[in-house]
Write a protein that binds this ligand. Structure first.
Ligand code: SF4
Length: 301
């Protein structure tokens, strides 16, 4: 099923240290309701799903309800919100979103404790709000798919985070390796402070996945190549991410999967020897530009 990904603007109530969109925050205006409606209308002929994202789509809470209502009226089958999840702490707002037509809720949680999560989001109280939001959605029987960005400050916490997700009753959780933005890439101190190494992260990701798998919760990873996922290949999200067009900051990316493979990710000099060469996308290209290719060992054919 094809879907569209509408970045409604880049403002956000969090200020995440690893945010790949962070540098767009002060540069690009919000899309107007008129623009968003036009995107929804023109895309409906070949897309059945829409993801409202950003920035933070709930930053304009009343407008979001209008966009969702409009999307539902046009007949979109899945309507998802990718969000920091803080607005879900208001039960009434959750009910309004459900009534308007949202049927997939994608809050982001990056640590099992307020100390880790709030440090990363630079928003005191955000952990409390997002976890309360997940509880609210759960009490309303909603489909909840969380995303957690793997970085240097949280990778050892992933197994505990997974336990928290299981106890909160999420439908699915995903660990996504951070995508290094150009601000971080150009600052050695930021690189040292926030970017983890794939080889160090691997055991913690697998332990976290085991927690979900053993509890019967759907689990996924994103932006982790096959050479760090031995035995867990079936959980690589890139294999199942639907074809999508992305409406970004004043430009449109047709078929984001192709763009991600050809321009976002990269493969190294030894990759052609690897069993997964054809299906693997490789890491985000900024990572080997900083750390090189030594960690990426081709999987034997
Ligand atoms: S193709 Fe390269 S990046 Fe992908 S799994 Fe193989 S060695 Fe790793």
């Amino acid at each position: 099923m094809k879907r569209i990904d509408v970045k409604v603007g880049f403002q956000c109530s969090n200020l995440c240290r690893f945010c790949v969109q962070g540098d767009k925050r002060y540069k690009h205006p919000d899309k107007s309701t008129k623009e968003i409606k036009e995107i929804l209308k023109k895309s409906k002929k070949d897309a059945e799903g829409v993801v409202f994202t950003g920035g933070e789509p709930t930053f304009r809470p009343k407008e979001l309800l209008k966009w969702v209502t409009y999307a539902k009226g046009l007949g979109y089958k899945t309507i998802q919100i990718q969000t920091n999840g803080r607005m879900f702490s208001y039960l009434g707002y959750c009910k309004d979103l459900i009534k308007a037509g949202v049927n997939e809720f994608g809050p982001a949680l990056h640590g099992s404790t307020p100390e880790i999560h709030d440090y990363l989001t630079r928003a005191p109280g955000s952990w409390e709000q997002t976890t309360k939001g997940i509880r609210n959605l759960r009490s309303l029987g909603q489909y909840i798919l969380t995303n957690s960005v793997i970085n240097k400050k949280n990778y050892k916490d992933l197994p505990n985070l997974a336990k928290l997700f299981v106890s909160l009753g999420v439908s699915q959780f995903q660990f996504a390796f951070m995508h290094i933005n150009h601000i971080i890439a150009n600052d050695p101190n930021l690189i040292k402070g926030i970017v983890p190494r794939h080889s160090k992260v691997e055991p913690y990701v697998k332990k976290g996945l085991n927690v979900g798998i053993n509890a019967g919760v759907k689990v996924m990873t994103e932006a982790i190549p096959y050479c760090f996922m031995e035995g867990y290949e079936e959980y690589i999200a890139e294999k199942v991410i639907p074809e999508s067009d992305v409406f970004d900051a004043g430009f449109e990316v047709k078929d984001y999967s192709k763009y991600r493979k050809n321009q976002g990710k990269a493969k190294g000099p030894n990759c052609p020897k690897c069993k997964y060469y054809k299906i693997c996308e490789g890491p985000w290209r900024e990572y080997p530009q900083i750390f090189g290719w030594d960690e990426f060992k081709p999987v034997k054919k």
